[in-house]
Design a protein. Structure first.
Length: 179
């Protein structure tokens, strides 16, 4: 267990903790009656940016300093999914994100996560593709803009994220089916 306690895994745990807090600011606004809703948007956006930065650094540090662990291989994608789930569901509750867009993105995310777990069980490892990384970046920008209620940029980015998310899912399936 000691080998699992490293900076990348700590950063993933931080992301795991930030996700529900961000969700709280987006959906439980009645808990903060004296705070203007725009400030709750700012808090949620700040937390999202902070979490996104930890996502970049945990991967960078893990690779650069050879700190990749089995726990990290589980924690990192889990933290990513919790963060995007918190963002997309919160935005849907606020009416800033189209429910179909969110449904398509989340369905793909859960399906591909299950596929990757199945692959590991079969002795295969399906690494994140370049397009998968682009998908994550576009999703993060869409969540960020929509959290700030900047729909002029956020809505087109959301639909771009849907398209890239679905296509990158197709790429994962194709890779999984290879012999």
């Amino acid at each position: 267990m000691k080998g699992n306690i490293n900076i990348p895994n700590i950063l993933a745990f931080v992301r795991l903790a930030i996700a529900p807090l961000m969700f709280l600011f987006l959906v439980d606004r009645d808990l903060f009656p004296h705070i203007h809703p725009s400030w709750l948007d700012y808090f949620a956006a700040f937390l999202f940016v902070l979490a996104s930065i930890t996502d970049f650094f945990d991967g960078y540090i893990a690779r650069k300093f050879d700190q990749i662990t089995q726990l990290g291989k589980i924690l990192d994608p889990l933290a990513d999914k919790m963060l995007t789930l918190a963002g997309f569901l919160g935005l849907m509750v606020l009416g800033r994100a189209n429910p179909w867009a969110i449904y398509l993105i989340l369905t793909r995310e859960f399906f591909i996560t299950g596929l990757r777990v199945s692959a590991v069980g079969s002795g295969k490892e399906i690494a994140a593709s370049f397009l998968g990384k682009v998908k994550t970046i576009v999703q993060m920008f869409a969540i960020g803009f929509l959290t700030m209620n900047w729909t002029t940029l956020g809505v087109p980015l959301l639909w771009l994220a849907v398209a890239i998310t679905l296509y990158s899912g197709y790429e994962y399936i194709k890779e999984y089916l290879k012999d």
